[in-house]
Design a protein around this ligand. Structure first.
Ligand code: TMP
Length: 234
């Protein structure tokens, strides 16, 4: 059967495959920010983010984290397990940047005493708002057990990635994860981990090596993605 487009998001297109348990994720060069209000293209982003995600998911699997990734099937395409995605985004902050500076007045670069976890509702029409445990419970987004398992997985992923990036002279400032459930009911890491979904700073110069260069019109956007691909492959 010809692949059918199941869903087109801001940065990826999801296609069906011959196997109902598998989907194909094609990474796009399209870039958006501020709930899609700012739009653009980042040359080679699809290929670079597919490669970065593949490398990072393999690193996490070595530490026992189950991911959605089956294999990379083209430069910009990953074959993945089909998951029922939770309608939440999980953000971890090791240093303050972005929305938390606006919301709570932290100076950019403030080091958190411990990794800070936040949950956001995945709903573009509401602007993906920050949500509390009470909201998660009332909206039945996650059971208490799922929420706690996701927290433990996220902290382990953070520990693994902080060390992986430190060895490559990169500060992992913050990042966003998405999880889903596979057909057997296991909680699985999905989506992507890339300069679109993380803030990366060079450990020495603190130069930004992520999508903030696009969000804030800092220039050198393509070069930052290229640099991060080189660093993860070191
Ligand atoms: P924030 O500072 O805008 O809340 O973003 C925190 C982290 O989450 C940052 O690394 C970027 C990432 N992120 C996404 O991947 N998708 C999103 O829609 C948003 C708002 C943030």
């Amino acid at each position: 059967m010809a692949p059918e487009k199941l869903y087109e998001g801001k940065a990826k297109i999801i296609y069906s495959t011959d196997d109902p348990e598998l989907i194909s994720q094609k990474f796009k060069n399209d870039a958006t920010a501020f709930d899609g209000k700012k739009k653009g293209q980042i040359e080679h982003k699809g290929v670079r983010n597919a490669a970065i995600t593949t490398r990072l998911f393999r690193v996490l699997e070595e530490q026992g984290i189950i991911t959605q990734l089956v294999e990379q099937t083209a430069d910009d395409t990953l074959l993945c397990k089909r998951l029922e995605m939770f309608q939440v985004e999980v953000v971890v902050r090791n240093y303050a940047a972005g929305s938390i500076c606006k919301r709570l007045g932290f100076d950019e670069g403030h080091k958190m005493k411990k990794p800070m976890l936040e949950f956001f509702l995945k709903d573009d029409s509401l602007g993906d708002p920050l949500i509390t445990d009470a909201h998660i419970e009332e909206l039945e987004l996650l059971t208490r057990a799922e929420r706690d398992e996701i927290e433990q997985l996220t902290l382990k992923i953070n520990e693994t990635l902080v060390q992986f990036f430190a060895e490559r002279k990169v500060l992992l400032v913050d990042f966003k994860l998405e999880f889903g459930k596979d057909s057997e009911g296991h909680i699985v890491l999905g989506d992507e981990i890339s300069p679109d979904t993380c803030r990366f700073w060079d450990a020495d110069s603190r130069e930004k090596l992520d999508k903030d260069r696009f969000r804030r019109d800092l220039g050198g956007v393509e070069e930052a993605y290229e640099e991060m691909l080189n660093r993860v492959n070191q």
